[in-house]
Every structure is written in C-alpha cells, then in structure tokens.
Design a protein around this ligand. Structure first.
Ligand code: PEP
Ligand code: MN
Length: 342
C-alpha cells in the first residue's frame, strides 16, 4: 500500500497523514522523501485500509495497493535505483560493478593478510571471509569465530577495503556488526525472518543470498523484511539453485542469471552474483562472472585463495589472485561495452 503525497504537500500535511494512519490502523510506516514528492508506504495487513478515504486527506495525491506480493522493494513503490555507499564503495544503480573477493573461510592472520593484499592489487573493492561458517558436518572447519572477525576488520583496515562476513545465527548479530561493514545472510538463512529482522536493526548494509530453492517472489518478500525494519540497504545475491536431473553431474548448483535483469525490472535494490558457490569449480568462475556482468549485475562476489589446494573449505572453487585480476579487468571491459551500447 502506498500513499503518494502531492509535490506541493507541506510538512504539516505529511505529518497529519502519518499520524492519521497511526491513530486509525494497526500498521507500520515507511517514508521515502524524494526530490519532488514524499511517498508513504504502509506495512501490515492491508484489508483494513479504506483507500478512497485516504485520498481525501490533505496533501494526498493518490493512495493505492501495490499488486505484486512484495511491495516495499517494488519499483512501483519507489522507482529510482537505490545506491548503497559502503565507506565510499557505491553499489547499485548505474555505478560500475563492484568486486567482493576473499577466501571462503578466514583461516589465519597470515592467510587473510596475504590474500587481502593480493586481491587489493588485483582491483577488488570489498574483502570477504567467513568466520562463522555454515557447514553440513560438525567435523568440518567451522570458522575462527570472533578471532576471525578481528582479523577481517584488521585486514580491511590495512588494505583500505570495506568488509563483509556472514551472520549465521541470531546470537552473533551484534558481535558481527561490531567488526564488519556489510552483514551477509547466507543462502540457508534466506527464510529466517527473525535473523533478517535482527540483522536489519544493526543499520548496516545487508547482503541477502537467495536460498537454493527460493522463488524470485520469496527472495524479494524476505528482503522486504529488512526495509520494514527501517533498513533499505539490502543487496540481493544470486548463488545458484539446487541442480535437477543430470545438472547434478557437472556443477555444485545451477546459476540462474535471469534473476539479474528480472530484479532490475521489478525492484530498485542492487543485485550481485556469486559464481563460486554457484559452480563449485574454479575453471567456470571466470565465464560465469562475465556472463553475470553482461546480464547487468551490480557486482560479483568471488572466493579467492593464494593456495586453494591447502584451503580449509571450498578449495576447488577458489580462484587465485592473479586470476581475479583478469576477471576484474575483463568484467570492466564488458561493462563499459554494454553501457556504451545502451
Ligand atoms: C558464503 O558465501 O560463504 C556461503 C556460505 O555461501 P552460501 O550461503 O551461498 O552457500
Ligand atoms: Mn565458500
């Protein structure tokens, strides 16, 4: 539900409408103050609302339902691209694609500082690294926890890169927010509404990965929970769906690139692609990254290790820093080409 105020609406009229909603309905409010107009989004059960009545309030131009299942992330609610600025790195809209790189897991100080230095000179914008790893087996390496977060913050600072890491569960939200610049919600947790809401309340940018079985509507619906908590800085990430049939034989997951242009049509949020988890194979990461950029992705998140054969997790899919350099420069060439064409 959306109430579009007239361009001439005064502050008093806007406040009046907001107070009217609060007094009469059990709804939360999201306000977008644009250059010309204020838009008021209503969050909650919409059947209680009398739209015709709302249109009679002072300063209101129009009040209507949004037809899609997702509302606050929809272009019909907010048409302009949302650009997220993380310590000077701009993500979204027509900004050039950004490159998030780093190891699957933070393993040691030496490992992380070495990789951070190398990805920085390869042209990466943001440093990634897992400290709380989602692992199927309790016998696998689970990550260094808070010690890993400290190393991540230090490596990011030393090499002038914002950082991103996964928040695996609600108990870690505040701790991770203390160290990292972007809070990642992993594919397994895309449906975890309490985690999304509690991460959103940290008021830091969020990277929400698509669950490997999730529909597009579901991804947008769950991202909307962050916006309902007052945090619009959500980056969506495609990382592949569960392969079906014989698809299982050659890649870890199946990359669904159609979601990139689709997101850009339907929503104003930035969308990036993770070709590493999507393929599970380092020899496919470059081509899938270039395809993602050609499809219009706002960025790529790629796993990089200086010695992938010795890595404690996801070794087979991690590329080397020298390969990252080629990936970034070729991606930027493609980006320049497609932006010139359009
Ligand atoms: C990751 O990016 O570290 C990760 C575990 O990815 P996903 O949640 O997509 O499996
Ligand atoms: Mn990984």
């Amino acid at each position: 539900m959306v109430i579009i105020m007239k361009p001439t609406a005064s502050e008093q009229e806007i406040t009046f409408v907001i107070n009217y909603i609060k007094r009469n309905y059990d709804l939360r409010i999201d306000t977008i103050t644009g250059e010309f107009q204020t838009i008021i989004g209503l969050i909650g059960e919409e059947n209680q609302v009398d739209f015709e009545l709302l249109e009679l309030l002072p300063g209101v131009e129009r009040a209507h339902r949004i037809q899609t299942p997702y509302k606050l992330v929809s272009r019909s609610y907010h048409s302009a691209d949302h650009i997220i600025d993380v310590k000077g790195v701009r993500i979204g809209g027509s900004s050039r694609p950004i490159f998030i790189a780093g190891p699957c897991s933070i393993e040691s100080k030496e490992q992380l500082l070495q990789i951070a230095a190398q990805i920085k000179s390869a042209g990466a914008d943001i440093l990634r690294g897992g400290a709380f790893k989602p692992r199927s087996s309790v016998h696998s390496f689970q990550g260094l926890g808070e010690k890993g977060l400290e190393l991540l913050a230090r490596a990011g600072e030393e090499h002038g890169m914002p950082t991103i890491t996964e928040v695996r569960g609600e108990t870690q939200v505040e701790m991770v927010a203390k160290y990292a610049d972007i809070l990642q919600i992993g594919a397994r947790n895309m449906y975890n509404q309490d985690l999304i809401e509690s991460v959103a309340r940290q008021h830091k940018p969020i990277l929400l990965k698509r669950h490997f079985g999730a529909g597009f509507d579901e991804l947008l619906n769950f991202s909307e929970r962050a916006i309902a908590e007052g945090n619009r800085d959500v980056i969506l990430c495609e990382r592949g769906l569960i392969p079906v049939g014989k698809g299982r034989q050659h890649t870890r997951y199946m990359l669904d690139l159609s979601i990139v242009p689709l997101t850009k049509i339907e929503s104003y949020l930035p969308v990036i692609v993770d070709p590493s988890h999507a393929t599970g194979r380092r020899d496919l990461v470059l081509s899938m990254s270039l395809a993602a950029i050609a499809a219009g992705a706002h960025g790529i998140m790629v796993e990089v290790h200086h010695q992938p054969e010795k890595a404690l997790s996801d070794g087979p899919q991690m590329i080397r820093p020298s390969e990252l350099q080629h990936l970034i420069s070729t991606s930027l060439n493609i980006y320049q080409h497609i932006t010139k064409e359009t």
